[in-house]
Design a protein around this ligand. Structure first.
Ligand SMILES: *Cc1c(COP(=O)(O)O)cnc(C)c1O
Length: 423
C-alpha cells in the first residue's frame, strides 16, 4: 500500500497534486511520501514484533536504497538503524540523527580511512567480508587502541532469484566468507586483543520474491551459530540482511512481511541471539515516484511510436541496468485512447529506453507522467551523464511538500572542474 492515488482525475502524493510539485520544482523530479515510508517501516517492525522468538531486533535500513538525509530522518524518528556501505553513508546516517550504536558498516571493499572513521564513530558492528579485511581492521583497532566489534558476513551459497546483477548469495559472488573460513576467522578474532567478534551475517540478494532461498540461507546461518558455540565461541548477533522484494507492477508478488517474519521465527526459535535486518527496497521503493514531462510524441514512418520524456537513464537507471519494469502513469487523467509506445529519454544511447511497446494514452507535449515504485535505487543511482544536472528530490507529508535536494545550477555543475594549466 502506498499514498499515491488519483483524486478528481489527478495523481496525488498524499494530499499534494503532483502537478503542483512539477510546476514549482520543474521536472524530472523524485517525489517521496513520508506516510508511505513510515507505513512500510512500521509494517515490517510490527511483523517482527508479532513473534516473541524474534526479541527486539535491530532494523538497519539499507541506506544505499535511498540515502537522502530527510528520508533517513523519517526512519530515524521511528527507531531505525542504518546499514551502510561507505564512509559517506555513515556520515549521512549520523547527520540524520541515527545513533552510531545502530549503524552497521557493510561492504566488500572498505578502505583504511573508512574503517578508521567507522571505529572512531563507534558503529555497532563492522561486517567483515574477508581475511585481509579482518587483518586490516585488527591493525587499525590496535593503532586506535580500541576493540573493533566485528560480525562475519558469510556467503551461504544459495540461489536467490532476482536479477543476476543483484544476486549476492552464491559462492561465485564476491561477497562474504565461507562457513569454514567463518569458523577459523571467528576463533582468530576471539583470540585477538583488539577484536570483539559478536556474530555472523548474511545478505543473499535483492528483490527476492520467494521465501525458500531466505529460509535455506537462514537455516545454514543457524547451523553456523550452533557450530561456533560448539567451538566454545560466544555468538550474540545474527544479521539476516535485506532483500525482501516489493510488488512492482508486473513482478511476482513478494511474500508479505508477516510471512517473512513467521518463517524467521520458525528458523531461529530458541537460538537466543539479537537479530538484525537490513531492509532497503521494501521500505523505499513504493514510497517514491519519478515525475517527468513529455517533450514530444513521434511516430516513425514504419509505425513505431515514441514518447520522449525529459527524464533519462541518468535519472532512473533501473530499466537500462536491470531490465526493470516501472508502471508509468499519466498524472492527469485523459480520454486519449491507449496505444503501444516506446517510452524513452533524450540520452544518446538506445539503452535510454524506459519501456517498449507500453500501452499508454497518446499524451501531448507538456503532459506529466509518473514512474511508480521509483523510491529505491532511483535518485540514489542518478548521475549527471550527458551533463544533465542531478535530479532533485521532494518529500511530501500530508498537504506539505519540501525540496529535500535541489537541482544544481549549470554553474554549480561546472564549478568543480579546473581546466589543466596548459590548456
Ligand atoms: C543492498 C543491501 C541491502 C538491502 O537490500 P534490499 O534488497 O534493498 O533490501 C542489505 N544489506 C546489504 C549488505 C546490502 O548490500
Amino acid at each position: 500500500m502506498n499514498h499515491f492515488e488519483v483524486r478528481s482525475g489527478e495523481l496525488h502524493c498524499e494530499d499534494v497534486p503532483l502537478t503542483r510539485i512539477a510546476d514549482a520544482v520543474g521536472t524530472p523530479v523524485y517525489v517521496y511520501s513520508q506516510a508511505t515510508l513510515e507505513r512500510h517501516f512500521n509494517v515490517f517492525r510490527e511483523a517482527l514484533h508479532a513473534h516473541a522468538a524474534l526479541g527486539e531486533p535491530l532494523i538497519a535500513y539499507a541506506v544505499k536504497a535511498n540515502s537522502n538525509v530527510s528520508v533517513l530522518r523519517v526512519l530515524a524518528a521511528l527507531g531505525a538503524g542504518a546499514d551502510t556501505v561507505s564512509e559517506g553513508e555513515i556520515r549521512r546516517a549520523l547527520a540524520a540523527g541515527i545513533p552510531a550504536d545502530r549503524i552497521v558498516f557493510s561492504g566488500v571493499g572498505k578502505r583504511r580511512a573508512e574503517i578508521e572513521f567507522a571505529l572512531t564513530a563507534g558503529v555497532c558492528e563492522i561486517n567483515v567480508e574477508s581475511e585481509p579485511e579482518l587483518e586490516l581492521i585488527a591493525a587499525i583497532a590496535e593503532q586506535l587502541t580500541l576493540q573493533a566489534p566485528v560480525v562475519f558476513r558469510v556467503n551461504p551459497d544459495v540461489e536467490a532469484g532476482g536479477h543476476a546483477k543483484i544476486a549476492t548469495g552464491k559462492a561465485e559472488n564476491k561477497f562474504g566468507v565461507s562457513f569454514s573460513e567463518a569458523r577459523r576467522l571467528y576463533a582468530a578474532a576471539a583470540a585477538h586483543p583488539h577484536l570483539s567478534p559478536l556474530g555472523v551475517a548474511c545478505h543473499i540478494g535483492s528483490q527476492i520474491t520467494d521465501l525458500a532461498p531466505f529460509e535455506a540461507a537462514f537455516r545454514k546461518m543457524r547451523g553456523l551459530v550452533e557450530d561456533l558455540r560448539a567451538d566454545g565461541l560466544a555468538v550474540e548477533r545474527l544479521d539476516l540482511g535485506g532483500g525482501l522484494g516489493v510488488p512492482y507492477f508486473n513482478a511476482p508478488e513478494p511474500p508479505t512481511p508477516a510471512d517473512y517474519a513467521a518463517m524467521v521465527a520458525r528458523v531461529v526459535e530458541g537460538l537466543d541471539v539479537r537479530l538484525a535486518f537490513e531492509p532497503g527496497r521494501m521500505i523505499a521503493a513504493n514510497a517514491g515516484a519519478l515525475i517527468a514531462r513529455v517533450i514530444h510524441r513521434h511516430e516513425r514512418p514504419e509505425g513505431r511510436k515514441f514518447l520522449v520524456l525529459d527524464a533519462a537513464m541518468n535519472d532512473l537507471i533501473r530499466p537500462a541496468m536491470y531490465e526493470s519494469f516501472h508502471d508509468i502513469r499519466p498524472v492527469l487523467a485523459t480520454n486519449a485512447p491507449p496505444e503501444p509506445m516506446d517510452v524513452v529519454g533524450p540520452v544518446c544511447e538506445t539503452g535510454d529506453t524506459f519501456a517498449q511497446g507500453r500501452s499508454l494514452p497518446a499524451l501531448d507535449s507538456g503532459a506529466l507522467v509518473a514512474f511508480m515504485s521509483a523510491g529505491a535505487y532511483g535518485a540514489a543511482m542518478a548521475s549527471e551523464y550527458n551533463s544533465r544536472p542531478l535530479v532533485p528530490e521532494v518529500l511530501v507529508s500530508g498537504d506539505k511538500f519540501a525540496v529535500i535536494r535541489r537541482r544544481p545550477t549549470y554553474e554549480e555543475m561546472l564549478a568543480d572542474e579546473t581546466p589543466a594549466g596548459w590548456l
